[in-house]
Design a protein around this ligand. Sequence first.
Ligand code: PEP
Length: 252
Amino acid sequence: MRTPIIAGNWKCNMRLDTAFELAAGLKERIDGIEGVEKIVCPAFVHIPSIEVALTMTSIKVGAQDVHWEDDVAATGEIGAAQLEELVDYVIIGHSERRHKFGETDDAVNRKVKASLEAGLQPIMCVGETLEERQSGKTDQVLVRQTTHGLRDVAMPDGFIIAYEPVWAIGTGTAATVADADQAISLIRREVADIYGEAAAGTVRILYGGSVTPENITEFMAVDGIDGALVGGASLKVDAFSRIVEEAARVRS
Ligand code: PEP
């Protein structure tokens, strides 16, 4: 049984007071919801405060990126050992990191390894651009990002991957359930090729890209889709809470 996950990526949004209000509102609305792992990923500078706001709740905190080395001269970076003191999860290889900041498959792989070694749970993102999809390269891209990201990784049971087609992120146009299902099945098959069917069966593969309280139901209705990574809709208490509530209802 794979426990579904609903994770909110707060990106570079909000000042601390607003982030704090959001955390307080979520505590009120979703702390008591069972059967779904609930995660919020604030900006680095807000993590300590949000961690305190959510102490003793069932809502976990994650980071949005990590450096692959600890205790080195890497100005502006934050190492996995530093993060592990504060958070449980870390998003790695988000499309904005890959496409706005030039993050490579190799960097993603190093970050995944460093995070696991430090005891963090990576949320490794993969996904094709619109151009790649339109030129029939979706499968090739997903296979490359998945296998490269996991190269020489001792993958634990329950490892988390997010399938996030770049063209669906922040656009209001989500992938169809059929397309998401197809991509996620392909990713799971790749994982099975590397680690075997049993291990692949434990991997949680999320869909991300314009998820809303309205469309979460159809994604959660698919067995192979283990939850969602949510951007825009995670910034509002009501929208994110309704997504979590609906995910729990569908899977109960
Ligand atoms: C994201 O940034 O990971 C994301 C899925 O964003 P949105 O939900 O806004 O498309």
